[in-house]
Design a protein around this ligand. Sequence first.
Ligand code: CMC
Length: 429
Amino acid sequence: MSKIASLEINGEKYEFPVIEGTENETAINIKTLRGATKGVITIDPGFKNTGSCQSAITYLDGEQGILRYRGYSIEDLAEKASFLETSYLLIFGELPSKKELETFETDIKSKYPTPDGLVKILEGFPKESHPMGILGSLTCALNAFFPECNQTNTENEVYNAITTALGQFPTLVSLALRKTQNLTQLTSDPKLGYVENIAQLLFKKEGEAYEQNQIINDALDKLLILHADHEQNCSASTVRIIGSSHASLFASLTGGINALWGPLHGGANQAVIEMLENIVNDGGDSKKYMEKAKDKQDSFRLMGFGHRVYKNFDPRARIVKKTADEVLNDLGVKDPTLDIAKALEKEALEDPYFVDRKLYPNVDFYSGIIYRAMGIPTDMFTVLFALGRLPGWIAQWKEMRTNKEPIGRPRQIYTGEKHREFVSSTVNS
Ligand code: CMC
């Protein structure tokens, strides 16, 4: 029997259907609320209780610490799948066959060549630019260089835009890195695997041949998979809402990149390392910073801790922590920030402030330590997050368009002045 939710406003009763997802998540469908009640809306700052869509891409249970892409657990995917396989899964809904994966990879690689004009745009950026600003700008500029991708009415057009985004992005990431590091620009190499090519673009030194490092490639692959999607977070919601106006894929992705930049979202991985370095430079007293994080008069937050949805543990953080230990060990890197991170985690897990508020390390807490061990500059960490999140954003955009979702347009409760007569201030004074 279908479930109903009842609502009473000023003595009037209204009924709304209750819908359930495949994992029994429940929502009251209030689509008819405003019409039926002649103007009443709901308000929910930060959308803490509001579902913006129905989605079949990613399942997340914050209480149990579960994350699945298209039904496959993040643990299995991180262990057994490649980033490109995971991207295909997210975007098209099923794991690819060997042939499908090969075709997908070939099609992406056919979109590798970077337009000269993009590199010219890059020249105008100051060397001190934040690489996320460069990445966002160059992604938006793709609209101009690949105008055919702005048409996404047929399956072929959608596929073309998707493979172009996946083909161009590694080079855009490396353009952002190499510009800010004063290194010569490189082009993507189709002879290399997708992640091998990314490694070469990131790590190749001037005038030297690049030797692939399996430890780095495996860790990079895993980190990209762990970041690949996370349902209706700030950047994915931004991508969907921009795309809902039928703006292009690249315009929507640009919005996602900019939303990700903030330190409460993807920018946290940069903020974590800066925080850990500060603590190390300040004598390594983790307890002092725990006290600051708990002090409501102090704006300091323990970066990399807490999550809107995870209220038990973040399954990605567990994998990243284990990977950080392995990578630092395999690369023979000793990093005092890892010791501080572990000390903070231990203290937080025993501290009533963090326990009561269900604050646990999130994916960003240990990821920066791995990037640092690989030699990636701190301000590039969020760019690497964006590289991983690209297939998730694409999948969210594609689903929104396929489901023919209406344009995103929230309402508001107006709290400003009532109507006032206009009196010119120049006449008054
Ligand atoms: N350090 C200290 N206190 C915290 C923290 C923290 N990192 N996070 C939350 N709190 C406190 C907060 O002050 C509030 O306390 P009270 O109830 O006394 O007012 C309570 O916990 C609930 O916090 P909230 O800000 O209402 O929770 P939210 O769901 O709106 O925010 C969050 C989630 C991730 C923005 C927040 O936990 C935070 O700012 N964390 C640090 C930034 C960070 O690591 N972000 C990365 C998120 S994971 C990667 C991604 O997908 O973006």
